[in-house]
Ligand binder design. Structure first.
Ligand code: F6R
Length: 364
């Protein structure tokens, strides 16, 4: 049932405030200002190293999580797409935690990576949306997302729920490692608890995004740029756009532009820049200005402060609510999802069933 939405994808984008809240309820004890996991008996302090493996959108959630694990818990993280992980003789030391991330819990490459790591003695945690899935059964530790069934082939609400679980896991690991004071834990709980309302605010920009989608719908190629945790979001934005609108899109680390891709820039290539105000903003804006100096048409996704500072000269801006850096990746997922959605609708493609794609990829 699509409710009053035209497509499952739209319905699922709109469900995010509710399902992220639902997911966070399983990981936050708000009254006690504590982050917890639904695996109370497992001692995270023994974890020496983390390996993250996933595919597609779930892999991008893992890329965001790498920043969190390293920043909060100071635990080294190795991350790879599942189809590459198994074929590179990965070094897995004792005391390692392998985290698989999967909406379906059935993706063949991810499952094969899980089995390989398990045979190598790694502890396996599975962040999955289908609790009865094979990965859920075979993992040592089950960390469910509570996104509910995702029908649209393009993953949306599963992604933001994965981020919520991974943020909570990073905080729990930091706590177990003695790297988080009760005050810091309280602050993290408060920031994560703000995510559903911030998602709601982000959804409020839907009409503005629909109105500017025409600027992208006519393009043959689109670039997405971001730095830090906005880099995986740039990759996710490009993936969403290409899979449902069939426009060629690429995500790049903003600083990598001048090492090659800038040669692609001309007045026909829209460049979507994801840059919330904060410590990385100035650097990303200078990359954005390099694009503008070559005639590139920039769409800036930022908050009011960022847009006031750098919105001039952009062909469009998408204003997000001010979000704490911890929840910004969750909140900024919404505009990239909505942009891809409206571009696809404008192009008349089959949004929920894009060509050549299956919801669950069970072949390697
Ligand atoms: C993109 C998308 C795919 C999946 C990928 C992994 O919108 O849906 O890239 O993210 O096939 O699927 P799961 O998460 O089920 O392992």
């Amino acid at each position: 049932d699509k409710g009053n939405h035209r497509h499952f994808m739209a319905k699922e984008i709109y469900e995010q405030p509710i399902v992220v809240a639902q997911t966070l309820r399983a990981y936050l004890q708000r009254l006690e200002d504590k982050v917890t996991l639904p695996i109370p008996d497992f001692d995270l302090s023994v974890i020496k190293r983390v390996t993250i493996v996933a595919c597609g959108t779930s892999y991008y959630a893992g890329m965001v999580a790498k920043y969190w694990f390293e920043q909060f818990a100071r635990v080294a993280v190795d991350i790879d797409v599942a189809s590459e992980f198994r074929y590179r003789a990965p070094v897995m030391e004792d005391g390692g935690l392998m985290i698989v991330i999967s909406q379906s819990g059935e993706t063949a490459d991810t499952l094969a990576a899980l089995r390989h790591a398990k045979a190598e003695g790694q502890t396996i945690a599975a962040v999955v949306n289908v609790p009865t899935s094979t990965m859920a059964r075979e993992a040592d530790l089950l960390l469910p997302t509570h996104a509910g069934p995702e029908i649209g082939v393009a993953s949306t609400k599963a992604f933001t729920c994965q981020l919520a679980v991974l943020a909570a896991l990073a905080a729990n690991l930091a706590k177990a490692k003695g790297r988080m004071t009760p005050e810091e834990e309280k602050a993290i709980v408060a920031h994560l608890a703000e995510a559903p309302a911030a998602l709601n605010d982000a959804l409020g920009r839907d009409e503005a995004i629909e109105a500017m989608a025409g600027a992208v719908a006519g393009a043959r190629d689109v670039l997405y740029l971001g730095r830090g945790t906005d880099y995986p979001l740039a990759l996710e934005g490009a993936l969403k756009l290409k899979e449902i609108s069939y426009i060629h899109a690429e995500g790049y680390a903003a600083g990598e532009m001048k090492h090659g891709p800038i040669a692609l820039i001309d007045e026909h290539v829209p460049v979507i820049v994801i840059a919330p105000s904060g410590p990385l903003f100035e650097k990303t804006v200078s990359n954005m200005q390099e694009v503008q100096a070559r005639g590139g048409k920039v769409v800036l996704i930022s908050d009011a402060e960022g847009i006031a500072a750098a919105g001039e000269g952009c062909i469009a801006t998408i204003e997000m609510p001010k979000a704490h850096p911890l929840i910004a990746p969750i909140v900024y997922a919404v505009p990239v999802q909505l942009l891809a959605y409206h571009v696809a609708v404008a192009k008349g493609t089959d949004v929920d069933q894009p060509r050549n794609l299956a919801k669950s990829v069970t072949v390697e």
